[in-house]
Design a protein. Structure first.
Length: 489
């Protein structure tokens, strides 16, 4: 108890520090979905203010947590200001998660986890985007942490907190339902093994009740207009965006490659070291590791069955891996402390070095964290698709320096996002010939669209030509600028 004030100070400092890579240059560029989610938030806020609470659903994703937070600054004309509540709110979630893990594993392990989350490049990238993927990831990890704390301390309040966080995960994005399945299995397994419980069904009943109440409290349309919510959700899952194939070449191993390319070196290290350190885990640590990793595996498996695939769709897995790394590291160093002080000091020195490397990588990429690829596996990244709008701002800035830039016509993918910075006229890329564009922009996101896609045809047309300028991010070619009329070099 005497260390609580110190732990609180450390946690507060680390939580505040998480804002450093997240808060600045939020308006540097606009990603592909941000305009849509700003519009969703505007409609949500209007219905909320006029008490039309039966029409709060704007997208079946459903993105309710995004619109709740975004409503605080929705009247600002600045995209950066509009993002502030989402960014600050997610830093607070990191602090809350750190506190739960402090109660669970102690202050040193908690401080390490908060540091890992603060420096997680993939998480930073999506925290800076006006969307819902990172909110899903935060709430899913927080729910898992509360569930583990309930398992250890058997206090009902943590079971209720786990249900609250799970509901907010689902309201962030529908794949949050995976935590519901994982929780039901975990609670059922634990309570049936616990002979001290008079009623093994009581914990599950409490969790489900708190979960349902939370859903309704934050999303009253669920009860006020259930038929519409149900129909939109079913349409989305069965025939909508979920069933669109965006990566034709994406097989069942797609998310395995996502793990390899978008993890941090420490996360990869945890996966490789886990089989060798398992025997050093305590019973509680083994239960925690099994819940973290089984939830991650369930998430990957569920997302692999969807026709539409995207690297960010398994973002929660990377947060679960950060927590798993903490388990691996401290179980190993606990064993090492009994064997060799020199090796123990060396292991901590290596950890600090790796964290410094990760921090340097985050600083180097800013504000283009979306271009992050694991530095250990990047040499094998090849022509894998990447890009959600980052880098188009650099192409726009380049063309803005041209004479009479405001009179130029540029054909670009993501034309709205390109026009966010460009001063001239922007048309869709596939209209470049008919509209007689002055410049044509090719973007890395055009890759892996399939042989019959128009994007692939455009790439084939330009592959023999020399661009006027190539823009790279993180050492990867990202944007190619061609001047019209197009002629072979």
């Amino acid at each position: 108890m005497r260390n609580r004030p110190l732990a609180a100070i450390i946690l507060a400092v680390l939580t505040t520090a998480t804002l450093l890579p997240r808060l600045f240059d939020l308006g540097a560029f606009q990603t592909a979905d941000e305009k849509m989610w700003v519009a969703n938030t505007q409609n949500f806020t209007r219905h909320l203010a006029t008490f039309n609470w039966d029409h709060l659903l704007q997208q079946p994703h459903p993105g309710i947590t995004t619109t709740w937070l975004g409503s605080l600054t929705i009247n600002s004309p600045s995209l950066a200001v509009r993002k502030l509540p989402l960014v600050i709110g997610q830093s607070v979630l990191i602090g809350l998660t750190g506190y739960i893990f402090y109660r669970l594993w102690g202050k040193t392990a908690s401080a390490l986890l908060v540091t890992l989350l603060a420096l997680n490049p993939f998480l930073i990238a999506h925290t800076r985007v006006y969307a819902m993927d990172s909110l899903l990831a935060h709430f899913l990890l927080l729910s898992t942490a509360c569930l583990l704390l309930w398992r250890e301390q058997r206090e009902t309040r943590y079971l209720i907190f786990a249900a609250y966080a799970a509901a907010l995960a689902v309201l962030s994005k529908l794949p949050g339902l995976i935590i519901v399945a994982a929780t039901i299995v975990a609670i059922s397994f634990w309570t049936t093994r616990d002979r001290r419980r008079a009623n093994p069904l009581a914990p599950l009943a409490i969790w489900l009740t708190a979960f349902a109440i939370s859903l309704i409290a934050f999303f009253p349309s669920l009860t006020l207009n259930f038929p519409e919510v149900k129909q939109k959700t079913l349409d989305f899952l069965l025939t909508g965006d979920v069933q669109e194939v965006h990566h034709v070449s994406a097989g069942f191993d797609y998310y395995f490659k996502t793990l390899i390319f978008f993890s941090t070196p420490l996360q990869l290290g945890a996966l490789f070291a886990l089989p060798f350190t398992w025997r050093y885990f305590s019973r509680a640590q083994k239960e925690a590791a099994m819940l973290l990793l089984s939830t991650a595996a369930l998430f990957i498996a569920a997302m692999s069955f969807g026709a539409k695939k995207g690297d960010r769709y398994i973002l929660p897995v990377f947060l679960l891996l950060d927590a798993a790394f903490v388990l691996v590291f401290f179980s190993f160093t606990s064993w090492l402390s009994k064997k060799s002080r020199i090796l123990l000091i060396t292991s901590y020195g290596l950890l600090i070095t790796m964290l410094a490397w990760q921090a340097a990588d985050v600083a180097r990429l800013h504000p283009y964290a979306l271009a992050y690829v694991n530095p250990l596996t990047k040499p094998w990244y090849g022509d894998r698709r990447l890009g959600w709008g980052e880098g188009l701002d650099l192409a726009a800035q380049y063309l803005n320096k041209m004479p009479a830039a405001d009179q130029l016509t540029v054909a670009a993918p993501y034309p709205t996002e390109f026009a966010y910075v460009f001063t001239g006229r922007v048309i869709p890329l596939n209209h470049y010939a008919a509209a007689k564009a002055d410049y044509i922009i090719l973007y890395r996101s055009l890759l892996e669209r399939g042989h019959e896609a128009w994007e692939t045809e455009v790439l084939h047309e330009f592959q023999r030509l020399e661009p006027e300028k190539t823009i790279t991010l993180n050492g990867l070619p990202y944007v190619w600028i061609y001047r019209a009329p197009i002629t072979a070099n």
